[in-house]
Ligand binder design. Sequence first.
Ligand SMILES: [Zn+2]
Length: 252
Amino acid sequence: MDDVGAASKQHEVYGLTRIRLGPVRLPFPGNLLVLKYLPPIKRWGPYRELTAADWEGVLDRIERSGSRMTVGITAGWVETDGTVTPYPRKFPAAGRVVRQGVERGLLEVANHGYTHCVLAGGRFRPRLFSGNRADHREFYDWLPTAVHREHLRRSQAILQEFLGRAVETFVPPGNVLSRKTLDAAPEVGIRFVSCRGAREWAPAPGLALLDDARVLAFHDRDVVRGGLDWLDRLLVAAPPGRYSTVREVALA
Ligand SMILES: [Zn+2]
């Protein structure tokens, strides 16, 4: 489950730009002003963060089903002014339950970036006349090597201090990464990279690459919108042996 702690749930706002009318798809100004905030035109955000009570329910269901889950946490919450608040400080109550989930062996926490977005120039903010989806990815090849390294270093520091243990799995936001990211990752303790198309990056020295074909990827948004019932249906449909973490699959 990705996007825990990611401020993209507040700032990533874009609308439908095509509307189906019988066999044709008509252009539609879904990114105009407030239209992009209104269902059914609204496509991604805003939606809320999972609460401590939500997390209690998630852990309860995972435990009862005999499964385990990898949670991709974005270590820094990007405020509207562009400053970054570490996840454990932004969501202390929810964070405590997540940490208990790790201690109980139900969750693996993965690094899902430092910001989930491009910080430079305030590009992450919603716009009046267009969507901003492209800027809610973090590890673009056109960003300097120093940015890749710095974002990995900062996110690892926040998450490892929060948990008091190593974080070894990296899930690049929006499946966007570059050779610069892969070169920097082992230096900060990352051993596993999980995303769509991961194996196309092989060989990546020091890293095991895990394609989405072996992962059931979803977002906290699915649980916020569908509730714990949605998660129950997912767990009921689990294959024999139940679900395990990315780390466990990579090491198997
Ligand atoms: Zn994400």
